[in-house]
Design a protein around this ligand. Sequence first.
Ligand code: FES
Length: 122
Amino acid sequence: MPVVTFTSETLHRDVRAYATAGDTSTVLSVALAQGVKIPHDCRDGECGSCLIEVKYVEGKPKMAIALTEKEKIKLRELGKITAQQIQDAETNDIAPPYRLACQFIVREEEIIIHFTGEPAGA
Ligand code: FES
Protein backbone atom coordinates (compact mmCIF):
# COMPACT_ATOMS: atom_id res chain seq x y z
CA MET A 1 0.00 0.00 0.00
CA PRO A 2 1.44 3.40 -0.92
CA VAL A 3 2.31 5.45 2.14
CA VAL A 4 2.75 9.20 1.86
CA THR A 5 3.95 11.34 4.77
CA PHE A 6 3.49 15.08 4.46
CA THR A 7 5.78 17.43 6.36
CA SER A 8 5.64 21.20 6.38
CA GLU A 9 6.19 24.16 8.63
CA THR A 10 2.49 24.86 7.99
CA LEU A 11 1.34 21.59 9.63
CA HIS A 12 1.04 21.08 13.39
CA ARG A 13 2.40 17.58 12.91
CA ASP A 14 3.31 15.26 10.05
CA VAL A 15 0.33 13.77 8.22
CA ARG A 16 0.56 10.16 7.10
CA ALA A 17 -1.73 8.97 4.31
CA TYR A 18 -2.35 5.52 2.89
CA ALA A 19 -3.27 5.67 -0.77
CA THR A 20 -5.19 2.89 -2.46
CA ALA A 21 -2.94 0.39 -4.23
CA GLY A 22 -3.40 0.50 -8.00
CA ASP A 23 -5.02 3.90 -7.72
CA THR A 24 -3.90 6.68 -10.03
CA SER A 25 -4.13 9.45 -7.48
CA THR A 26 -1.64 12.27 -7.61
CA VAL A 27 0.25 13.39 -4.53
CA LEU A 28 -1.83 16.58 -4.71
CA SER A 29 -5.16 14.73 -4.62
CA VAL A 30 -3.96 12.50 -1.75
CA ALA A 31 -2.88 15.63 0.14
CA LEU A 32 -6.16 17.48 -0.39
CA ALA A 33 -8.16 14.40 0.66
CA GLN A 34 -6.27 14.52 3.97
CA GLY A 35 -6.79 18.26 4.41
CA VAL A 36 -3.13 18.97 3.63
CA LYS A 37 -3.03 22.29 1.82
CA ILE A 38 -0.22 22.07 -0.71
CA PRO A 39 -0.44 25.30 -2.74
CA HIS A 40 -1.85 24.66 -6.20
CA ASP A 41 -3.59 26.46 -9.02
CA CYS A 42 -3.76 24.86 -12.47
CA ARG A 43 -3.56 21.16 -11.43
CA ASP A 44 -2.11 20.60 -14.89
CA GLY A 45 1.66 20.95 -14.57
CA GLU A 46 1.79 24.50 -15.86
CA CYS A 47 1.88 26.95 -12.94
CA GLY A 48 4.49 25.31 -10.69
CA SER A 49 2.59 26.24 -7.51
CA CYS A 50 2.53 22.66 -6.26
CA LEU A 51 6.31 22.21 -6.11
CA ILE A 52 7.27 19.62 -3.50
CA GLU A 53 10.46 18.04 -2.22
CA VAL A 54 10.38 14.23 -2.22
CA LYS A 55 12.36 11.79 -0.12
CA TYR A 56 12.19 8.02 -0.36
CA VAL A 57 12.27 5.95 2.82
CA GLU A 58 15.52 4.00 3.07
CA GLY A 59 15.23 0.30 2.38
CA LYS A 60 11.80 0.58 0.77
CA PRO A 61 11.33 -0.30 -2.90
CA LYS A 62 11.25 2.57 -5.38
CA MET A 63 9.08 2.54 -8.46
CA ALA A 64 10.00 3.67 -11.96
CA ILE A 65 10.24 7.43 -12.04
CA ALA A 66 7.84 8.91 -14.58
CA LEU A 67 7.99 12.64 -15.17
CA THR A 68 5.43 14.20 -17.48
CA GLU A 69 6.69 16.48 -20.26
CA LYS A 70 4.95 19.45 -18.63
CA GLU A 71 6.59 18.60 -15.32
CA LYS A 72 10.06 18.46 -16.87
CA ILE A 73 9.57 21.85 -18.53
CA LYS A 74 8.22 23.54 -15.40
CA LEU A 75 10.86 22.06 -13.09
CA ARG A 76 13.56 23.29 -15.51
CA GLU A 77 11.99 26.78 -15.51
CA LEU A 78 11.99 26.79 -11.71
CA GLY A 79 15.62 25.67 -11.61
CA LYS A 80 14.65 22.55 -9.64
CA ILE A 81 15.91 19.86 -12.00
CA THR A 82 18.90 19.47 -14.30
CA ALA A 83 19.10 17.75 -17.67
CA GLN A 84 21.24 15.09 -15.97
CA GLN A 85 18.58 14.50 -13.29
CA ILE A 86 15.93 14.08 -16.00
CA GLN A 87 18.14 11.56 -17.79
CA ASP A 88 18.87 9.73 -14.53
CA ALA A 89 15.14 9.52 -13.76
CA GLU A 90 14.32 8.15 -17.20
CA THR A 91 17.17 5.71 -17.63
CA ASN A 92 18.32 4.77 -14.12
CA ASP A 93 15.18 5.27 -11.99
CA ILE A 94 17.06 7.76 -9.84
CA ALA A 95 14.43 10.03 -8.35
CA PRO A 96 14.89 13.78 -8.68
CA PRO A 97 14.55 15.70 -5.40
CA TYR A 98 11.74 17.97 -6.57
CA ARG A 99 8.45 17.17 -8.26
CA LEU A 100 5.09 18.75 -9.02
CA ALA A 101 2.43 17.30 -6.73
CA CYS A 102 -0.25 17.50 -9.44
CA GLN A 103 1.87 15.41 -11.84
CA PHE A 104 3.25 12.82 -9.42
CA ILE A 105 1.17 9.62 -9.45
CA VAL A 106 1.39 7.78 -6.14
CA ARG A 107 2.65 4.23 -6.55
CA GLU A 108 3.37 1.25 -4.36
CA GLU A 109 6.12 2.99 -2.40
CA GLU A 110 6.75 4.96 0.77
CA ILE A 111 7.58 8.61 0.29
CA ILE A 112 8.01 11.72 2.40
CA ILE A 113 6.75 14.97 0.91
CA HIS A 114 7.92 18.36 2.14
CA PHE A 115 6.41 21.68 1.13
CA THR A 116 6.78 25.17 2.54
CA GLY A 117 3.24 26.43 2.05
CA GLU A 118 4.41 29.10 -0.41
CA PRO A 119 3.46 28.59 -4.07
CA ALA A 120 6.45 27.00 -5.86
CA GLY A 121 8.30 27.34 -2.59
CA ALA A 122 9.49 23.81 -1.81
FE1 FES B 1 -0.08 24.01 -11.29
FE2 FES B 1 0.67 21.69 -10.14
S1 FES B 1 -1.01 22.97 -9.63
S2 FES B 1 1.69 22.83 -11.68
